[in-house]
Each structure stands twice: as C-alpha cells, then as structure tokens.
Design a protein around this ligand. Sequence first.
Ligand SMILES: Nc1ncnc2c1ncn2[C@@H]1O[C@H](COP(=O)(O)OP(=O)(O)OP(=O)(O)O)[C@@H](O)[C@H]1O
Ligand SMILES: [Mg+2]
Length: 245
Amino acid sequence: MIRRMDAVKLDVQKLVAGYIPGHPILHGVNLKIAPGQITVVLGPNGAGKSTALRVLAGFLAAESGSVRLDGDEIVDLPTYRHIESGIALLPQGHSVFPDLTVAENIELGGWILRGDRRRLHQAVDDVFTRYPHLRDLRNKSAGSLSGGQQRTVEIARLLVSNPRVLLIDEPSVGLSPVIASQVYRELTALKAEGRTILLVDQDIRAAIRIADYIYVLNSGKNEIEGDRAAFEGDLGALVRGWLGV
Ligand SMILES: Nc1ncnc2c1ncn2[C@@H]1O[C@H](COP(=O)(O)OP(=O)(O)OP(=O)(O)O)[C@@H](O)[C@H]1O
Ligand SMILES: [Mg+2]
C-alpha cells in the first residue's frame, strides 16, 4: 500500500538565472507551487521553462532571487542537497542510458541511498512492485525498450528516492496518445500520494486537463496565470492561439 506523504510547497520569487553571467534567461520569475498539487508551466519554445526547472532542481545556479521549500531557502544549495530535500527532475528529452539494463538505470535514481545497500535494494524493489512489467524487463538493455517503456523507466528512476517534489519536463513528447495518457494518469496518481508536481508541457490541452494551477512564461517573464477553470474557457483558446497550436 502506498501511504500519502506530507506535501511540501515551493515558492519561487524574482528568480534571475541564465547560462552566461550578466545575460539572464529568466528575468525575475515568480511561481507558487502549491503542496500536493499539479502546477503547470506553459510557454513558447525558449521561454525559459526548462531553465527554471534546472534551477529548482539545483542543476543551474541562480544569479538572484529566492527558491523556498516549505519556507527554507534552497536557491544556493548544491545539487545533492536539493536531491536530499526531496526534489527530483525528469529532464526534457531522453534520459535513459540505453546500454545499461533497466535495473541499472533505475538504481541510478537511488544515489542518495548509495551508502546503504539494503535500503537501496528495498527502494528499487518497491519501484518494481509499482511497475511489475519493468521487473520482467529488468535485465534487458533500456535501449531495446519501446518509447513508453523507457519513459516508465525514467519515472521509476525518479521514484527510487521517494521524492516529495517532482519537476517534470515534457513527459509525453514522442509517445503515442494512448501511452501519453497513461503518463498523465500516473502524474495524477503521484499527486494523490501527496507529491507536489511542477509540470512543463507543450501538450497544453493534456497539461491543463490535470492542472490545479497554470503559469505561462514568455521570454523569461511571467505572462499570465490562473486556475484550470480560467484556462479551460476563452483563456485556453487565447493561449493556444498565441502559441500557434
Ligand atoms: N545549456 C545552455 N547554454 C546556453 N543557452 C541555453 C542552454 N539551454 C538553454 N539555453 C537558452 O536559454 C533559452 C531558454 O531555453 P529553455 O530550454 O529554458 O526554454 P524552454 O522554455 O524550455 O523551451 P522548449 O519549449 O523549447 O523546451 C533559450 O534561448 C536557449 O537557447
Ligand atoms: Mg524546455
């Protein structure tokens, strides 16, 4: 049985970050990521969505601004402290190691448990219990799996550390509609366990369907925001038109 965890929130204030000092991509982004909810970030290509997720995951340093996890400032902490505090990133694009087996790929998600083989083994076993079809595939090379199976491996790897905050970057790209809808169902199930989810997506329709709250970024700045109801009406059409979809 999966127990519901105590949900945590993330507060992002005036976040400035980029790849070249003095040339920010994010120009003071503000996000309130409510505990145990699905917050969606939309925006055109190059808006800075993935950049924001990288900062929140601790992979990219901010130039200024604040990221607070349940009130604690984490913006300047090293990556491993972000992982230890329960933040996990599913990066955009493919992130399985094709030559490693499914089991090896999943074990990589247990980096913070590396000093405790028994706990790591248990955590990996829990993930296999959650995705029994992956247990059957555990000795296969990940590269030989279908796109949907590889995406499940990536999600399984993310869950080994039992994260409280999931940062998910474009989870359905390249998947068939049926498999994509399974991925969205899984995100809803993860929310039901009390996990806090920040979802970046190009599939606006699918993302809005599972969103509790939605932000639109453009050119590294907040553009519009609102709850799902606000985006299902005229505003949805407005954004879709604006994004050219
Ligand atoms: N590693 C990098 N080094 C330098 N510039 C980068 C790097 N990654 C992204 N950028 C630039 O930062 C800007 C924002 O990119 P980012 O990937 O955050 O956008 P995005 O909103 O995620 O777009 P997409 O919808 O295409 O994924 C773009 O102009 C991009 O070229
Ligand atoms: Mg991106």
